[in-house]
Ligand binder design. Structure first.
Ligand code: ZN
Length: 258
């Protein structure tokens, strides 16, 4: 089974490996690819020839391979499936992020377009994996969704947690309630004092505004886009309500769950 009919699992793994490696170095040396895939340079050469024949990669002698636009798109399609399965396995089956990635690498090759779309919708279109790797868009070149503070989300809006920047006690508290990078949540209500009622993994959680400010999220477009129209939060006059500035100082923080 494969994600696009004629593309075999091993071709998909080559495409994904080259895509990952070429983010660091381009073209990708055959030796590096051989190491990554634990294949002999001879079989790597043979496969690269196939990729070139099919228009998915170009090859420069003594330098290595580079994906074409078409090859890159195929690689992102597979990676998108992998990351979606990772989110599913971690959020809904309680898998550890690393074991989730290994399982997801098997599932990605057996995930047809229709299933991938249903999975993405079920997960409310996450943008980051549990290991905080960006998820390529199902629909081609991704729209960047910049992070903002959870406290800026409006009632009804969903977001995916990207980072938590707080002291250990607060992080531990949030972690204990499932607020970790990669998790999606929904704002059910915003109180007059700015505190939030959230739905997260089917449970409800109330966070004070200062705590919500320490959580960075990528808003998901389930409701109206964030920038369309006035912010409905009751204390919209606050300096903190309409800008990312208060969070700028958090940019270098950690925020790992676990
Ligand atoms: Zn795989």
């Amino acid at each position: 089974m494969s994600t696009s009919g004629e593309v075999s699992e091993s071709i998909e793994m080559y495409l994904v490996s080259i895509a990952t490696l070429q983010a660091e170095e381009q073209p990708v040396p055959i030796s590096l690819l051989a190491e990554q895939l634990s294949h002999s340079p001879v079989s790597i050469n043979e496969m690269c020839r196939k990729l070139v024949e099919r228009g998915w990669a170009s090859y420069q002698p003594y330098k290595g391979v580079t994906l074409t636009v078409e090859g890159q798109a195929l690689a992102e399609k597979v990676l998108c499936r992998r990351r979606l399965w990772e989110v599913f396995l971690v959020e809904h089956l309680g898998a550890e992020p690393q074991e989730a990635e290994a399982f997801a690498c098997q599932l990605e090759h057996a995930t047809e377009d229709d299933l991938a779309e249903r999975l993405a919708a079920f997960l409310t279109y996450p943008t980051y994996s549990p290991q905080r790797k960006p998820i390529p868009s199902l629909f081609g070149a991704g729209e960047e969704r910049p992070a903002r503070s959870l406290a800026t989300l409006a009632t009804g809006q969903c977001g995916q947690v990207i980072n938590v920047v707080a002291d250990e006690a607060v992080k531990e508290f949030l972690n204990g309630h499932g607020v970790c990078p990669g998790i999606t949540l929904k704002v059910l209500a915003v109180a007059a004092d700015g505190s939030l009622l959230l739905e997260i993994s089917g449970r409800h959680l109330s966070l004070s505004r200062p705590v919500a400010l320490s959580v960075d999220v990528a808003p998901l477009t389930e409701t109206a886009p964030f920038d369309a129209g006035p912010n409905p939060r009751p204390n919209g006059g606050s300096a903190l309500s309409s800008s990312r500035d208060p969070d700028a100082s958090e940019a270098n923080g950690g925020g790992d769950c676990s």
